[in-house]
Design a protein around this ligand. Structure first.
Ligand SMILES: O=C(O)CCC(=O)C(=O)O
Ligand SMILES: [Fe+2]
Length: 298
């Protein structure tokens, strides 16, 4: 596979677990694409990689201690939402499911930043503003009150889980459902579990972000198709890493071939947006894509 001039022989053989426990001394989090550190300002090399591929991976954005703290905080918020039986947040359906111990859990939180200082503080990190340059317009902002705000995804593969995968999609399609022109946007992922490609996880097709509207609309059947693509790559991430993908990039979340604890994967996303300010509030109604995510992808 061609990836920014790097030949990726990556592993379809590594995708489904053949060498999960014995890496022959290799770092299981190594990737065939270059990884970076996120400072205050992007380097020329980082910008170029993103422009060509539509995604970029930064190591160790936050510490493991901070990750644990955020996971604990999500459990507190989950406890509140489950006990109060909230159905939606700002009109976005909450996805509930069951954990391996039979406990009811939240598998997709929207606007979690509006429910805790720890999450809202994370979005004020100055390094995130450095990413605005990847869009380049003057009015870039973190979508704290727009789209789905800071989303917290919790995938687990059990019989009663409602969320173990997510079909092919681009995030920019949401603008069409909102009746708006497709605007540039970035989706920033903050990963909270270690996740290697042989345990499911994010799959992207590099370079599909700038192939025009036909590719964006019709490359796959939105949210329904789960079939691996010849050109897809998986990302090996550690808890605390940050990834960015262009809103028009095709991606999916593969189900873990394992079940139970080993399949657990928690990752947050926040959009960086530009153009018309479209906040959501308690009176907002679900959009079609929000319903689709909530009813598909078991
Ligand atoms: O879980 C992931 O890594 C991706 C989730 C995603 O694509 C989405 O929520 O739109
Ligand atoms: Fe997505």
């Amino acid at each position: 596979m061609e990836l920014n001039g790097i030949t990726n022989t990556n592993g379809n053989d590594r995708l489904f677990g053949h060498n999960f426990n014995h890496n022959n001394g290799k770092d299981p989090f190594e990737n065939k694409y270059p990884v970076f550190e996120l400072g205050g300002q992007l380097t020329h090399e980082q910008k170029e990689f993103f422009e060509q591929n539509g995604f970029i991976h930064f190591k160790r954005f936050i510490s493991k201690e901070r990750v644990s703290d955020l996971l604990r905080e999500s459990e507190n918020i989950q406890h509140e939402w489950v006990s109060k039986d909230y159905k939606t947040i700002n009109g976005v359906p909450i996805k509930y499911g069951t954990d391996i111990d039979g406990k009811k859990i939240v598998q997709r939180f929207a606007f979690i930043n509006q429910h805790s200082e720890k999450f809202s503080e994370l979005l004020r990190d100055d390094r995130l503003k450095g990413l605005f340059e990847l869009i380049g317009t003057a009015d870039c902002r973190i979508g704290e009150t727009e789209k789905d705000g800071l989303v917290f995804n919790h995938y687990i593969n059990t019989n009663q889980s409602n969320y173990s995968q997510l079909g092919w999609h681009t995030d920019a399609l949401r603008d069409i459902f909102q009746g708006q022109k497709i605007m540039p946007m970035l989706n920033v992922g903050i990963h909270l579990d270690n996740s290697t490609t042989d345990n499911g996880g994010l799959r992207i097709i590099p370079g599909t972000h700038n192939k025009g509207i036909g590719t964006m609309l019709f490359k796959k059947v939105y949210f329904i198709s789960h079939k691996p693509d010849k050109k897809e790559i998986g990302l090996n991430v550690e808890a605390g890493d940050l990834t960015v993908h262009d809103g028009r990039l095709w991606h999916r979340v593969a189900r873990s071939p394992f079940s139970g604890e080993k399949s657990r994967r928690r990752v947050m996303y926040v959009p960086i947006v530009t153009g018309k300010f479209t906040p959501r509030d308690v009176n907002s109604k679900p959009l079609l894509y929000q319903r689709l995510i909530s009813i598909t992808n078991k």
